[in-house]
Design a protein around this ligand. Sequence first.
Ligand SMILES: *Cc1c(COP(=O)(O)O)cnc(C)c1O
Length: 419
Amino acid sequence: MGNYKLVCISGGETVVDECSLSCKLGHNSLLRSVYDKKYISIKPYGGVFKFYDWLPVHSVIKTEAAPVVFRSDKISNELGLENLWIGFTGYYPERGCKVISCTFKEMESLPTYARLNDHGGGTIVLASAGNTARAFAQTALETGNRCIIVIPKSSEGRVTITEYDDYTNNVRLFTVDGDYADAIHMSDRIVGLGGFVSEGGAKNVARRDGMGTVMIEGTMKIGRIPDHYFQAVGSGTGGISAWEASMRLIGDGRFGNKLPTLNLSQNSPFTPMSKAWNDGHRMILDKDLGDPIVDITKVYADVLTNRNPPYSIAGGVFDAMMDCNGHFYEVSNDEAISAEKLWMSIENVRPDPAASVALASLIQAIDKKQVKSNQTIFLNMTGGGMDRVNEDYNMINVHPESNIPLDVSDDDLRRLICV
Ligand SMILES: *Cc1c(COP(=O)(O)O)cnc(C)c1O
């Protein structure tokens, strides 16, 4: 036991891990895990747990789900790149990728449940626009854990799991009339009823270190830390995770001593972090959010529409971008769709719309000469394969237990949830 400790990034003090999301001193800061092992060795555990040395867990869960990294001569030729490496996390069996919930969110749900079980278990409450919901639902089912999920009504039908006789003990789904921000608010109210565990978002170190395994896998395959990292972001947690993983990889000593340039992208017209970053400020201003209610309905990749991302917080997206000389890209729906067509003409799997945004941002970067054709470029295709998973599994829809009115009273909410 005891292969890591948590420190508060802002205060520097060590925090005793009780599945903690923040320090006790009230710093506006993320915590970070610091691992005893500076030198990572791959462990003989399945899936993402092969990176056990750098996951904040003591136990492991049996799984095959892990990111894969591959090269595609055809895509490299199309883009005119000599050193392109593609990270893929989804369902794509001929590339050896078997992530049933089809996104890198499953790299988050697996260590999150392992860590929760290390600390006595519990029911996780989370809000999602769809992808996080599928990941936690699938992991809860496979491991006998429990979750309560709140999604916007418009995301109904997106929470699919492998066929299961009775999932209702493990997965409870509720909808709200509203958007992702309303779902977050409702999940916070549910946590406030007491007796539940918040998933924690970017504050959850298991989430970040789980997402960071994509960068570890990439670096190990390439043999060095890449020059550039490309990812589409909504909260930016994946970008923070890639930065933190890169710092650990530098500490390891075998993979170089230079951080990758972070190339993060958002889908216009909703691009608050991109606007704040390109204006050079640490705070997201109202003008950066535009007209969120309307703009959010216009984007192709709606998993990228977080209104309250961990941008300014110590150890968050702004700090990551400063440290990594980052660039932010704004990708239009047309650009994302045409990038997706290019991908589909070569690879045999449909990307998640967010992954298409990432590919489109790489095409932009090439056009703007932000990358050189001989640089080592790592493209994180964060999800895909919803089209392929149905070929091998009988996927079923999780049905919402009820729709919660936004103005529900605490007593009524308790009656709905605490049955
Ligand atoms: C959640 C998600 C993202 C964005 O992740 P961040 O938390 O913003 O880093 C990108 N792609 C897919 C497929 C996602 O599900």
